[in-house]
Design a protein around this ligand. Structure first.
Ligand SMILES: Cc1cc2nc3c(=O)[nH]c(=O)nc-3n(C[C@H](O)[C@H](O)[C@H](O)COP(=O)(O)O)c2cc1C
Length: 303
């Protein structure tokens, strides 16, 4: 069953929770700003992402409060001093980061409240969070206010002017290693996710490759009720159909030969048994062999 909802038909707070639960996980920008008197502010924002690298573009949104339609101190500071350090958040920082999200009165320094170390930046005035594995010094290029009601977004469009990286989180190619940077993301309510360890999985997609597409698969494969959407995706990602030689090579494997011998007089059962085997192989990434198995026709193997 599908529930269909017009956004305006739902109270804003409930709509907020629905959207946060469906657009997740979101990375967290731990934003450090200062006001015109130089008083620091530090707050987390998960309406955040990276959108380009030339020029570098990070966007986050200190939204208008749903409660009383006021603006957040981070937004007010950015209007006064259009500079921000966006610090990324790893698991080791999560409790202190959460503490910094408390609605402290204006002028309270959340670096002190949350116990993080304020470090001077090189290109802008706001401080960096020393404990954060990657700190982006940014100039604010544009602010887009999407509305004037509670819950409206204030899109802060930033360009990075300097990047500070803890080298311990890098792999041998100088790229952040997910298991070393240990980033966390925000889900809805009190839920967070860990973007490392068992949460990681691999989907191979070499840039130069052009998959044949699921639409090109024979209908008995496409319409199989054993193969999942992921299985079909794996097959559709192959660049070519297997050749006759490849198919007969796989057909001569003992495991396959036994199935063919047992069911060769009934194509429907044979297809089913071969699909069960193919699915087992797809689930352990033996994609080419699985594709060959699925292309076997009994008529080719009558003895
Ligand atoms: C993980 C996390 C993510 C958050 N994301 C947002 C967000 O994207 N936008 C927002 O307006 N508030 C967000 N909040 C709430 C703000 O951090 C909170 O309102 C904070 O007190 C704002 O501080 P300020 O008024 O000093 O700027 C988030 C809180 C947490 C803990």
């Amino acid at each position: 069953m599908i529930k269909t909802i017009a956004p305006g038909s739902m109270p804003t707070a409930q709509l907020h929770r629905l959207i946060l639960g469906a657009v997740a996980p979101r990375p967290i920008a731990f934003a450090s700003t200062i006001d015109k008197n130089g008083i620091p502010n530090l707050s987390p924002f998960s309406f955040f992402n990276a959108f380009g690298v030339n020029p570098t573009t990070l966007i986050f949104s200190p939204s208008r409060r749903g409660r009383d339609n006021t603006n957040k101190h981070t937004y007010e500071n950015i209007k006064e001093i259009p500079e921000v350090v966006i610090n990324v958040v790893n698991y080791e920082m999560v409790q202190q980061m959460s503490l910094a999200s408390c609605e402290y009165p204006k002028g309270v320094n959340e670096f002190e409240k949350s116990g993080f170390t304020a470090t001077a930046s090189e290109t802008i005035r706001p401080f960096r969070v020393k404990e954060s594995p990657v700190q982006f010094e940014c100039k604010v290029r544009q602010v887009i206010e999407t509305g004037d009601g509670g819950g409206a977004a204030n899109l802060v469009i930033c360009e990075i002017t300097m990047i500070h990286v803890h080298t311990g989180i890098l792999d041998e190619n100088g790229i952040p290693d997910p298991n070393k940077i240990r980033l966390i993301g925000r889900h809805t309510g009190d839920f967070y996710v860990k973007a490392y360890g068992e949460s990681l999985f691999v989907v191979e997609k070499p840039a130069a490759k052009l998959g044949i597409g699921i639409d090109a698969l024979p209908s008995k494969i496409k319409n199989s009720n054993l193969l999942t959407g992921n299985n079909l995706g794996q097959l559709g990602n192959c660049e070519n159909f297997p050749s006759a030689e490849e198919i007969s090579g796989v057909a001569s494997l003992l495991e396959v030969k036994k199935i063919i011998k047992t069911y060769k007089n009934d194509q429907a059962i044979l297809d089913r048994e071969l699909q069960i085997l193919a699915k087992k192989w797809l689930d352990v990434s033996r994609v080419k062999d699985a594709f060959c198995v699925l292309m076997i026709e009994t008529k080719d193997f009558n003895d």
